[in-house]
Ligand binder design. Sequence first.
Ligand code: SF4
Length: 497
Amino acid sequence: MPEVPSPKHPFQASSQDAEGYATLSTALLEKYSTRGPRYTSYPTVPVWTNDFDEKHHTEALKRTNRPDYNGHQADFHGHMPFSIYTHLPFCEARCLFCSCNVVITKQRDQAKKYLDYLFRDIDHHLPYLDLSRPVTQFHWGGGTPTYLSPEQMGDLFAFYKERFLFSPDAEIAVEVDPRVTSKEHLQALREFGFNRVSLGLQDVEPAVQEAVHRIQSADMTERMMQSCRELGFGGINLDLIYGLPHQTVDSFKNTLEVILKLNPDRIALYNYAHVPWMSPHQNLIPESTLPTGDVKLQIFQLGIRTLTEAGYVYIGMDHFAKPTDELTLAMKEGTLHRNFMGYTVRAGQSDLLGFGVSAISDLQGYYAQNHRKLSDYYDAVDAKELPTMRGCALTAEDKLRSKAILSILCQGELNRPALANAFHCVESELFQTEFKALESLAKDTLIEWTDTGFRVTDLGRIFSRNIAMPFDAYLKPETTSVNNDSKDAPPMFSKTL
Ligand code: SF4
């Protein structure tokens, strides 16, 4: 292991801005401004293959029922819980920043048809699952789940309740767009048992909202949050995005002030991924309107400072939660997990079943993604098959690297003896090349060496993706450079900063 240097202040590589706050040096910014995965999975989606088909998917599902599966039987008495994610893809209009797999339509009968297929998709999974296993986490995302009418949502929820055993303390969450969600929607969701809502807001500035084609006043968001509270939803999340067109440090100050008045339980502050080669509608956002890398980083740092000074705890790389929130407690206890839904509390101890078009299942050692195109999804369901488009069976090395990357992104540390012990490796031989690659990050105070490995510094958390990247065995240097962009070979990943 490299020599342990004397502790340094995490913002040592910085200078001061006009208000006396720490800012990063341009050199540091340029050095770490690369492209890279967000690591909602490892191996990342570009590594998955179409060779992983329906047969592999069904085998992976069946394997999860075994009591000795993955060594978890001691915790769950043979009943490894389920997390269930349902993708509801419809939206009335496209927000330009969005890279989700959505279907834009005002034809409501499309939702009726989709539900019919979704019901059959779910039923096709059932023969492979032990249905005595409890559901501890349940999430509707999209798209816009409240594109469905309250009656359609009721039918869908009842369908699940008839088939799965919900744990009494299950987290039952839904993404809500205040622009299309009525009081009736919220009342219905609460009656069904939903206890957590996530509201997208992104930014309150009119110029930013206009540029991304999403007009949503702060009043509208406030009214929706008020209704959620009156109805007794236990947790309210708000999603913000930094790096959007026309955002400035000053404009984002205003957004943060409004957010603090709204007082959500959790805040996600996502990095805008400008990936027009993957989401061509983003070509409508002129690059000249996007904040430069250093402004973007100042906005993010402003967010971290403002939210933590207001009492929120900084979680992982981009989440904030109140000190008593489950997410905060999970981070302190080392049980925080990261998956396709972002940071979660329970996902690390369950199998994630993804239902609906493009949904991803994470079966602890296997990833499977459903078809992304609606027509392909419908064809597979008509053929009475699981709608598997691609997937991945993790090797022993993948699992080790996945654990290391999760530990960096969730716990902000890497404990080499603990990993060597868990994966039966020789500690001194583990990650020698990766640790060598991190020496320059240690010099820049993004990490600090410890007796057991390293810890990510406060400054380093902003660069978490860069710190994780040396542990990714599939990442090729040409896919991470920001200088290789060309029309013939579009980049694979968004910028890390
Ligand atoms: S941000 Fe939400 S409402 Fe907008 S296009 Fe994406 S999924 Fe639809």
